[in-house]
Design a protein around this ligand. Structure first.
Ligand code: AMP
Ligand code: MG
Length: 183
């Protein structure tokens, strides 16, 4: 296992009804926290907003869910431009695993990279921490981030559904998971 694990959580354009199909969703925030794979110790973090191009106006539902404002995405770079500094940050970390809670974040990067024809940004393999956590605690049912924190007796820190805050909270779960595995 590489010594660095990068825990990534994205937010994307969305709506609460079927008028907004999944294949049209676009990343509007990347939150990423790099930790030591073996201790979970914090290394560095990266956050950026991204301006969506297919549905540039955020729905009220999306703004309420994520607390991301129209101004924040309007003043951000579009996906291909935003990927350049993100790729540089990833490259600066050496070998790494790309970790996320579930498989959604990975799939959304594949979708946006294909749509913009700009190449998938991650060199390292993907780890699904939702599956790993369920295995670590011996649970048959996989949990959301909130459920996992509750299971650990922890409170969410920051704003739920903000990419960078979600990533930090998943990093907290990751550290607890290492401790559980080490027992
Ligand atoms: P999360 O990391 O849980 O904040 O979710 C990532 C993205 O999934 C959000 O930015 C939304 O685009 C979408 N999403 C999450 N929860 C919902 C929901 N209840 N209804 C519609 N879309 C959602
Ligand atoms: Mg999130």
């Amino acid at each position: 296992m590489p010594t660095t694990s990068i825990i990534v959580d994205i937010e994307a354009t969305c709506c609460n009804d079927a008028s907004f199909p999944r294949h049209q969703m676009e990343i509007i925030e990347i939150g990423a926290v790099a930790v030591d794979s073996y201790t979970g110790e914090f290394d560095s973090e990266y956050q950026t907003f991204i301006r969506p191009v297919r549905n540039p106006i955020l729905t009220d539902f999306c703004k309420e869910l994520t607390n991301i404002t129209q101004d924040q995405v309007d003043s951000a770079d579009c996906y291909p431009t935003a990927m350049k500094p993100f790729r540089e940050w990833l490259a600066s970390l050496g070998d790494y695993d790309f970790c996320s809670w579930g498989d959604y974040d990975r799939k959304q990067f594949v979708q946006d990279s294909e749509f913009h024809r700009c190449g998938y940004p991650f060199a390292g393999p993907h780890r699904n921490l939702k599956v790993e956590f369920a295995e670590a605690i011996g649970a048959k049912k996989k949990m959301g981030v909130g459920g996992a924190l509750k299971h650990l007796g922890l409170e969410f820190e920051g704003t739920p559904h903000r990419g960078i805050d979600d990533a930090h909270n998943i990093a907290r779960i990751y550290r607890e998971m290492l401790a559980i595995r080490g027992l």
